[in-house]
Ligand binder design. Sequence first.
Ligand code: ADP
Length: 502
Amino acid sequence: MLESVLVANRGEIALRVIRACQELGVRAIAVFSDADRSAPHVLAADEAYRLGPAPASESYLRVDRILELARRSGAEAIHPGYGFLSERASFAEAVEAAGFVFVGPRSETIAAMGDKTEARRRMQEAGVPVVPGTVEPLVSGTDAVRIAEELGFPVVLKAAAGGGGKGMRVVRGKDEVERAFDAAAREASQAFGDGAIYVEKFLATPRHVEIQLLGDAAGQVVHLGERECSIQRRHQKLIEEAPSPAVDGELREAMGEAAVRAAEAVGYRGAGTVEFLLAGREFFFLEMNTRIQVEHPVTELVTGIDLVKWQIRIAGGERLDFGQADVTLRGHAIECRVTSEDPAHGFLPATGRVRSLLLPSGPGVRWDGGISTGVEIGLHYDPLLGKLIVHAEDRAGAVATMRRALRELRIEGVETCLPFHRRAMDDPDFQAGRFSIQFLEQRPDLLEGRLSSNARLAAALAAALLEHKRRDGFHPRTATGFREGSSLTAWQRSGWPWSNGG
Ligand code: ADP
């Protein structure tokens, strides 16, 4: 077992990793930006170190400083969480070169899966079905037109280095291709410093269903079933669940086997996820995420397997002590991502100070958060405040528990997307499991409630302003959120303002 882990992240995922370390008896070391001085992850860690002067949005991306703090704290390993540096092969490489253990896959695996055309090529070779399209970047707009016509419209142009929906364009007809190609390439170079674009067939109403994997250093890979993540706004997940209402045992086995093959093809080590689009009973590889995902708790609740503890164990050289046949699913779990985004104003990121926080509890309820009373919510980081996760015997039970927990959860001082989640849980189509990735596009009433045309106009203007700000260096996808957890009451008892023990 590792002796100590430095958590190169913030918010709910930093707290989640710190909790896992503490339960395993591993020394948990936090790092923090000045804006996060008294954030819950800092208070919860055994030790905490200041990242030092840098714009808040950049602090957690400072590789040299993180390595320096790892040396200074005597850390044995570094856990990257998700977002920030977690999928940068160069970071994994630097960590290992500096003599620390990287809690995640080998840097070559991250690099191979981070290039989506390379990933598609490898998956094809491994016999994993990929969405029809190219495995080489397109060379020009004319090339794009020719291949799009061969595939048949609609198609989607995607950035090879992509993430967060950036550099992605759906194209419905021939005359749109060249313009879309130029726009996607421009956006991709700006966002990723790499303008390579490839093309895929655009599937009309698929579901997004992904398979969770664990692989150990000895080469054993198991899958932990699927997560349904079709409830998305602008390609960002809002509600996830396990199992998927669209997947039965036979399909689960087929998708699980394909995902394991995918992982074996790249010598996968650690926790990872293979994302698929599911159309009827046909599924297609979308991408592989070589890190822990936001929605991992729903899998933990239905399998009883702690994914973050296993990440740490595997990094410490332990082998999986169970096989595929030991993985069984029990009941149903749902997660709602609670963000500081205001559904009444087109999901615009909101700011403010958390004045009060009432967390739900009772049977089947879990809160993975990173906020606490008094915390300031700004625009530096991802708007994720926390995740409300429930578990019950079946899907209807889980929906009922979520409705009840959403009634109990109160966050005051900053607008959140909770009204959206309450509407979604009350919706007959959601309750029946009848949805695809297009669901929220078809249901603006659920997403935004009833907007007056003035409110729509105001939201559009504000969104345009925010886009400006984002170009100035605010990257929601590369940052992560704030949070809190069940130890809130202990922190409250210890008094406010808290002193930083680190
Ligand atoms: P990113 O890495 O930028 O998030 P992904 O390739 O993972 O991009 O796709 C994000 C989302 O976009 C998917 O979850 C799905 O909703 C939609 N999407 C991607 N590819 C397709 C496709 N070929 N057809 C239909 N929808 C797609």
